[in-house]
Design a protein around this ligand. Structure first.
Ligand code: ZN
Length: 270
């Protein structure tokens, strides 16, 4: 959570623990409590603010201010988020998909210096995306515009994605996707790379382990890394042709693992 000025300057930010117990029913009341507590502590009230904006995973109805199917929050049923905030705090409330608001943030005050054409890709547990075109966030006819994790990039060995399609970017470029690739290439690999030994031992590997090994020059880890870059590079090249953005911003935990090497390798793939 953060308090921002109208220019997008963060005055203060804080976080609370997300309690997903009881079908995620504590999440919204906990956030509201935390805001009210902040107001009390700092002598603020709703007159000091214009509105509240929120990003959430799952399927968002922006007009109704509801969320459904945010499984990592345990929100399987419809959540009346806007109604709860407006009733308890009394400020206008706006909600959108979390990757979309991240794209807007990058475009507004982040990596892009307010350029109106930006694409944001987030590589985490899944792959999220947001597209800002001519200054507007793209939502599309059904609200699923900018779901960049579900463009098809793998035609040779397609894995079924959580969305039901096969060969999505998410199946080869998320943290889980990198583990998928590791298993695939470990099977065909006949050398003596450390990563191969770890897999053959039946030990669990994470995307970070694979990238750390790639950094050390591990043969198999580099094969995985090269293919990950190929898929991500293919997707980004296609996004670039579709929207001609000034910048493609890559964020999320997986990108934090690699930093500059990620951008260098991916751009070399094309
Ligand atoms: Zn998918």
């Amino acid at each position: 959570m953060a308090i921002l000025t109208q220019e997008g300057k963060i005055q203060e930010k804080w976080s609370i623990k997300t309690n997903i117990l009881d079908e995620g029913s504590h999440i919204v009341p906990d956030i509201i409590d935390s805001i009210q507590h902040k107001f009390e502590k700092q002598g603020l009230d709703k007159e000091d603010f214009l509105e509240i904006g929120m990003g959430a995973p799952g399927a968002i109805d922006r007009k109704a201010g509801t969320v459904i199917g945010a499984y990592n929050l345990n929100w399987k049923e419809l959540q009346e988020v806007k109604k709860a905030f407006e009733k308890e705090i009394g400020l206008p409330f706006f909600i959108d998909n979390d990757a979309n608001v991240a794209a807007l943030g990058e475009q507004w005050v982040g990596a892009v210096e307010n350029n109106p054409d930006v694409i944001f890709v987030t590589l985490g547990t899944g792959v999220g995306g947001g597209v800002v075109a001519e200054g507007n966030l793209i939502h599309g006819a059904g609200g699923a515009g900018g779901e960049l994790g579900h463009v098809t990039v793998d035609f040779e060995n397609p894995i079924t994605c959580t969305c039901g399609k096969k060969g999505c970017l998410e199946t080869v470029a998320s943290a889980t996707g990198i583990v998928n690739l590791t298993r695939r290439y470990a099977e065909e690999y006949a050398g003596d790379a450390q990563l191969k030994k770890i897999i053959d031992d039946g030990q669990d590997v994470s995307a970070k382990d694979v990238f750390d090994l790639a950094k050390e020059g591990d043969d198999l880890a580099l094969i995985v890394y090269k293919n990950f870059c190929h898929y991500l590079g293919t997707a980004c090249a296609n996004f670039a042709c579709t929207r001609n953005p000034s910048t493609i911003v890559i964020g999320g935990g997986v990108s934090a693992c690699r930093g500059r090497l990620l951008t260098e390798r991916c751009s070399k793939s094309f």
